[in-house]
Write a protein that binds this ligand. Structure first.
Ligand SMILES: NC(=O)c1ccc[n+]([C@@H]2O[C@H](COP(=O)([O-])OP(=O)(O)OC[C@H]3O[C@@H](n4cnc5c(N)ncnc54)[C@H](OP(=O)(O)O)[C@@H]3O)[C@@H](O)[C@H]2O)c1
Length: 320
């Protein structure tokens, strides 16, 4: 099959495209003929920071397509079914082999291009806000990286739950595009002081919950923006560098820091039901996630470069 792979960490230039053996189908495996690959923020983070599994490590968490074959112990899917598939790597390819519990049916009427971008963005946002973030109506939530895939999902889910949503993005024009989705207070992280703006917006109290999608040096300002006993969801590091927390920083505010790993929960019945509900909301138009641009998988370097440097609004997808 055709696939993209790398054998060392680095920028988009470490990516190669060409022929590679097809994945094997075990007894519990669903083999998907990929139609659309969603480039997830984590695909870039892994390429930079996570050691590749081999010289021909196929990256990528998520893709949608048609079931080509199933293992003899698979009960929920058959050849021809439309699914979105998740795994810790392997989506940047013509075929994506995943355990049955990481395959999700696509509702009738939803196209596979749209479906390919739903689970991780909306599911991660949901869990960081509610399942582990404990967000309640009336509370202030600060979404750092609000114009990305997880960020746009979080803004919508938090707003419809009655929270007051503060979000950051690079520039007023981007913030203006997020406002109709539920953003009440926009902060341009490039030239505004996030902590000062949050103090002003919350009447000096500080925000109740932070969703940190960017990591890096920005983390210090997010900690400052938080109220005492506030909650901080560590989700991503889209800025490219990994933050860490200081002992006194944690106890001074008695802050609750929660690491989010949506992938760890994606096999569970809870998440299967959650994704069914989120798919229904996307199908009805109650939730939206724009796709900024499409590439061919053969253009994988350009596609990753575009995501890393061109500030797409929402997602970028590729076709094998
Ligand atoms: N832990 C988990 O379970 C989990 C699940 C999904 C994703 N993630 C991680 O979450 C992060 C976001 O994922 P995604 O898919 O939403 O990525 P994405 O679509 O590429 O969006 C990333 C966003 O980060 C913003 N950003 C970049 N540098 C920033 C900075 N210095 N300060 C503030 N914002 C900055 C960008 O804003 P502008 O474009 O406006 O500059 C962009 O909108 C990634 O690191 C990903 O690995 C983690």
């Amino acid at each position: 099959m055709k696939a993209a792979w790398y054998g060392e960490n680095g920028g988009p230039e470490v990516l190669h495209y060409g022929d590679i053996p097809d994945p094997e189908v075990g007894p519990k495996t669903v083999l998907v003929r990929v139609e659309w690959i969603s480039i997830e923020g984590g695909d870039l983070l892994n390429r930079i920071h996570a050691a590749p599994s081999s010289d021909h490590h196929i990256p990528g968490y998520q893709a949608a397509g048609i079931v080509e074959a199933v293992g003899n112990e698979v009960t929920r899917f058959k050849a021809g079914d439309r699914v979105v598939a998740f795994d810790w790597n392997g989506s940047h390819a013509e075929f994506f082999a995943v355990p049955e519990h990481y395959a999700y049916p696509v509702p009738e009427g939803m196209d596979l291009r749209q479906a390919s971008i739903v689970p991780i963005a909306f599911g991660t946002a949901h869990d960081a806000l509610f399942e582990y973030g404990g967000l309640k109506a009336g509370e202030f939530v600060l979404v750092q990286g609000a114009a990305g895939g997880v960020g746009l999902s979080a803004v919508q889910l938090a707003a419809r739950a009655g929270a007051q949503v503060i979000g950051t993005a690079s520039g007023e024009a981007r913030l203006d595009r997020i406002r109709p989705l539920g953003l009440e207070h926009g902060i341009d992280y490039r030239n505004e002081d996030i902590a000062a703006r949050c103090r002003e917006i919350t009447g000096g109290k500080g925000v109740d919950l932070v969703l940190d999608l960017a990591g890096g040096k920005g983390k210090d300002l997010l900690v400052k923006a938080l109220r005492p006993h506030g909650r901080y969801s560590v989700i991503g590091a889209a800025e490219g560098t990994l933050p860490s927390f200081d002992f006194f920083e944690l106890i001074r505010k008695a802050m609750q820091v929660t690491g989010i790993s949506f992938g760890r929960d994606m096999h569970t019945p809870r998440v299967h039901q959650l994704l069914e509900d989120l798919f229904a909301d996307v199908a009805s138009g109650a939730l939206v996630l724009p796709i900024e641009r499409e590439f061919r998988l053969s253009e994988v370097r350009e596609a990753h470069e575009f995501v890393a440097t061109q500030h797409p609004f929402g997602r970028v997808v590729m076709r094998p």
